[in-house]
Design a protein around this ligand. Structure first.
Ligand code: NDP
Ligand code: 2IT
Length: 448
């Protein structure tokens, strides 16, 4: 079955899952040259097989709020592919979560995880639970209830969840506690655990730092450097604030962060003390806008950061946050590099626009793979029951991000996608990630 026939099938079956179709098409449009070189992929229906998850678990979560009222939420775990290792991928708690969103994330995760070069398959899960405005006790009760339903389907060598939007160290710890309570297993089924009970140093920083390491390689490939560059970051969560932190550490000037309420613009740039304040503020669920009273700068309610003139954009909030109009604004405002900290933050039209305008564009599955890479390093530390220093993990992360960059760039070149020094990271990353998974499936025969 050809790639286009496989897409037609996905569109027919899953017309009601637009994010999933979008993610499938983004991979599909770039891997034809690989397919042409490997006719066995078509014979063995590799693409079609990879567009259908191995299985999806759906469950109900009952929990009690602080008023003693019963609350009901929906939960899922998508086990997409374990061709390369245990299902691996985060859990998202956000009211917009549904099967389409989790399938797109799980599909992306297969190839992202393959790109890390580490032995991990792809999965994703979560709930439509909204953590906003919930007390710590409510979060704890929800996390316990969620894991009570999820635990039969996950284990340290079979399916290893982690965090994502709305799920950080606190939530992972509550879920891990319930898992241990129910199973008596201490193998470390989740990653992103607290350091001191199985967590890895630098997992918290890994996604944002890794995205900036990837950016450094992109700049180096153009004989340029990050020093003095003006950077726009969107979001103010785990990925955004650590991307801002590393960019600032390396001499860039970070001009924006944002959240669902608006954009914070500081022409002087976010220095470490400001970033520390932002982290504390968001952790307490308080408004970003209060920053202006303390540090100055501008608050733009309900705005995204793309109206600001800058050199580099690191969208790190959520899917489809950058529309074609936003992409036009970015190009007008001088953006030369886009590094996706979030998963699929650019719409398909936005991607077309920036690639046509030769903006150097790094897709999420390459640029934000640092988080899951350090998760895999956490798994290996749990297995050998020995722990690495921050510096050791950081050095390993840098190597992994450089390898992802270099292998994507090499594939772009090898499959004829590099044009006058413009590296097609989207094609390169999709080809490398897809090939690793496809070759495993070919070796396995028809299982998987
Ligand atoms: P967080 O929950 O820590 O932060 C999310 C941020 O994005 C918040 O500032 C939030 O604003 C904003 N946001 C979320 N949803 C929306 C929305 N629908 N509209 C506007 N703003 C929104 O999540 P992470 O930083 O962990 O994740 C951010 C992105 O990075 C996601 O795409 C995730 O899949 C991806 N990612 C995360 C990894 C990780 O290790 N955590 C690894 C790789 C990718 P507000 O606070 O107002 O809700
Ligand atoms: O999208 C992602 O890569 C994550 N949310 C991290 C997954 C993980 O298992 O660490």
């Amino acid at each position: 079955m050809s790639i286009s026939q496989a897409i037609e099938k996905v569109e027919a079956h899953y017309a009601h899952q637009p994010e999933f179709i979008q993610a499938v098409k983004e991979v599909a449009i770039t891997i034809q040259p690989l397919y042409d070189a490997h006719p066995e992929y078509e014979t063995l229906k590799i693409f079609e097989r990879l567009t259908e998850p191995d299985r999806i678990f759906t469950f109900r979560i009952n929990w009690e709020n602080d008023k003693g009222e019963i609350q009901v939420n929906r939960g899922w775990r998508v086990q997409f592919s374990n061709a390369l290792g245990p299902y691996k991928g985060g859990l998202r708690f956000h009211p917009t979560v549904n099967q389409s969103v989790l399938k797109f994330l799980g599909f992306e995760q297969i190839f992202k995880n393959a790109l890390t070069g580490l032995p991990i398959g792809g999965g994703k899960g979560g709930s439509d639970f909204d953590p906003k405005g919930k007390s710590d006790s409510e979060i704890r009760r929800f996390c316990y209830a969620f894991m009570r339903e999820l635990y039969p389907y996950v284990s340290k060598d079979m399916d290893v969840p982690a965090g994502d939007i709305g799920v950080g160290g606190r939530e992972v710890s509550y879920m891990y506690a319930m898992y241990k309570n129910l199973t008596r297993e201490s193998g470390g089924v989740l990653t992103g655990k607290g350091v001191g009970f199985g967590g890895s140093l630098m997992r918290t920083e890994a996604t944002g730092y890794g995205a900036v390491y990837f950016l450094e390689s992109m700049l180096e490939a153009q004989n340029d450097s990050i020093e003095g560059k003006r950077v726009l970051v969107s979001g103010a969560g785990n990925v955004s604030l650590h991307a801002a932190e590393k960019a600032n550490m390396l001499g860039a000037v970070v001009l924006s962060v944002s959240d669902s309420q608006g954009t914070l613009y500081d022409t002087k740039g976010f220095s470490q003390d400001k970033i520390d304040w932002l982290k504390a503020q968001k952790e307490q669920g308080k408004p970003l806008a209060e920053y202006v009273e303390i540090f100055g700068g501008e608050w733009h309610a309900k705005q995204k950061p793309w109206f600001i003139k800058a050199d580099i954009a690191i969208p790190s909030a959520t899917q489809n946050e950058v529309t074609e109009d936003d992409a036009k604004l970015m190009v007008e405002n001088g953006i030369k590099y886009i590094v996706e900290g979030a998963n699929m933050p650019l719409t398909a039209d936005a991607i077309d626009y920036v690639r046509e305008h030769r903006v150097h564009y790094a897709p999420g599955k390459a640029a934000n793979a640092g988080g899951v890479a350090v998760s895999a390093i956490e798994m290996s530390q749990n297995s050998v029951r020995q722990y690495k220093t921050f510096e050791e993990v950081d050095a390993q992360l840098k190597t992994i991000m450089k390898n992802i960059h270099d292998s994507a760039a090499a594939a772009s070149e090898c499959y004829g996608q590099t044009d006058n020094g413009y590296i097609d990271y989207m094609a390169g990353a999709n080809i490398v990630g897809f090939k690793r998974v496809a070759d495993a499936l070919v070796a396995y025969g028809i299982l998987n």
